[in-house]
Design a protein around this ligand. Structure first.
Ligand SMILES: [Fe+2]
Length: 330
C-alpha cells in the first residue's frame, strides 16, 4: 500500500511541482490549499504524513498543527512544518515543535533532499506502527484471558470468520480484515471495568451503557495505526443489528459493513456453542435454530444467515451432526 502524503500549501506552483515529484516516487499525494481544508479532510484521507506550510491563506500552520495533533486519531501521524521564509521568524522552529510538529524544515535544498527526509520519517513511523500493533494484539489477548471461559474465543472466531469469508468468495485482502478484526474487535473492553466485563448476571442499564462504548473505544485505540485502517468499520459496527436495534450507531441492513456482519454471525455462533457463566454449551443444531429465529425476527441478515447455514453444515459431516443431536437430546 503506497503511503499517502497530504501537502498543505497555497503556493500552487511549488505545490504542484512537489506533488508531481512525490507521485513519481510512488506516493499518493493529496494537495490542499488552506488550513481548514486540511483539518476537514484529514479524517477522510488519513494521511501517513502531512507536509504543512507555515503560512496559509486562512489560519496559520501552527494552528493547523495544534488542531490536528489534538485529535487522538492523529496521534501517530507525523506533521512536518515547512517554513515559508526562514529569516523572518527566528523562533519558528521552537514554535513549530511546541504546536506538536514532528519536524521543522526550512525550504529543503532540493526535491531529492525533501524525498530523503520524507522517506526517513515514514520508515520511522512504519517501525513505530509495527511495535504498536504487537502491543495491541497482546492487549487484546490479555483482555480475553481475564475470562477463563473466553480463552481461545478470538482464535476460534478468526478461524470461523475467515473460513466463512472464503465460502462467500471474499478476496485475500477482505479475508485479512476478518482475520485481524477477529483478534481485535473487543479491544475497547480495556476501558470497561472488570466488575462489568466479568459480571455473570444481567447488566444494569448503566452498566450496559458503559459496555456499549467498547466498539467506539476500540476504534479510537486502533485508528492511529495505518495497517488497522480497514478493520475500523468492523470494530465499530460488530454489535449493530440488521433491524437497527444494535449499537453504537443503530445501523440497519446493508448499512452494516459486511465484515462486521460476518464477524457478528460467527461471534453469536461461538457464544452459543461454548460454555458461558450463565449456561452450558448448546449443540450446533440448537444454536442454529436460535440464529434462524433471530434472522426471521430481522436481527440478522436472512440472506447472510442462509449462507452461514450452508457453510456450517458443509463443514460438519452428517455423522457428527447426528451424534451431536443425540448427545444433547439425552
Ligand atoms: Fe464486542
Amino acid at each position: 500500500m503506497a503511503a499517502t502524503i497530504m501537502l498543505v500549501d497555497a503556493d500552487a506552483l511549488h505545490s504542484s511541482d512537489l506533488k508531481r515529484f512525490l507521485q513519481n516516487q510512488g506516493y499518493m499525494v493529496v494537495g490542499v490549499e488552506t488550513g481548514r481544508t486540511a483539518i476537514e479532510r484529514c479524517p477522510e484521507v488519513k494521511p501517513d504524513l502531512v507536509l504543512l506550510n507555515s503560512v496559509l491563506p486562512d489560519i496559520s500552520g501552527l494552528q493547523v498543527c495544534k488542531r490536528l495533533k489534538a485529535d487522538p486519531m492523529n496521534r501517530l501521524m507525523p506533521v512536518i512544518m515547512v517554513a515559508q521564509d526562514s529569516d523572518a521568524e527566528p523562533f519558528a522552529a521552537n514554535r513549530a515543535y511546541q504546536s506538536g510538529a514532528d519536524d521543522f524544515w526550512n525550504r529543503p535544498a532540493s526535491r531529492w533532499d525533501a524525498l530523503n527526509r520524507v522517506e526517513t520519517i515514514l520508515q520511522l513511523k512504519s517501525y513505530i506502527d509495527q511495535q504498536a500493533e504487537e502491543v495491541l494484539f497482546t492487549l487484546a489477548r490479555s483482555i480475553e484471558s481475564k475470562t477463563a471461559m473466553m480463552t481461545g474465543h478470538s482464535e476460534r472466531l478468526c478461524e470461523y470468520t475467515v473460513q466463512f469469508g472464503e465460502h462467500l468468495g471474499l478476496r485475500t485482502d477482505e479475508l485479512a480484515v476478518l482475520r485481524v478484526g477477529s483478534l481485535l474487535h473487543d479491544i475497547g473492553k480495556v476501558a470497561v471495568p472488570d466488575s462489568i466485563v466479568l459480571k455473570p448476571e444481567k447488566l444494569s442499564a448503566q452498566e450496559m451503557r458503559i459496555m456499549q462504548q467498547h466498539p467506539v473505544v476500540g476504534e479510537e485505540i486502533c485508528a492511529p495505526l495505518r495497517s488497522f485502517r480497514h478493520v475500523l468499520p468492523l470494530i465499530r459496527h460488530h454489535h449493530e443489528r440488521a433491524d437497527g436495534s444494535g449499537y453504537p450507531d443503530g445501523l440497519k441492513g446493508d448499512e452494516i459493513p459486511l465484515p462486521a456482519q460476518i464477524l457478528q454471525m460467527a461471534d453469536i455462533f461461538d457464544a452459543l456453542t461454548t460454555d458461558r457463566p450463565y449456561r452450558k454449551e448448546l449443540p450446533v443444531n440448537a444454536a442454529m435454530a436460535i440464529m434462524h429465529r433471530e434472522a426471521n425476527q430481522g436481527l440478522l441478515s436472512a440472506k447472510l444467515f442462509r449462507e452461514f447455514s450452508i457453510f456450517v453444515w458443509s463443514t460438519r459431516p452428517w455423522k457428527d451432526f447426528k451424534e451431536e443431536t443425540s448427545r444433547f437430546a439425552n
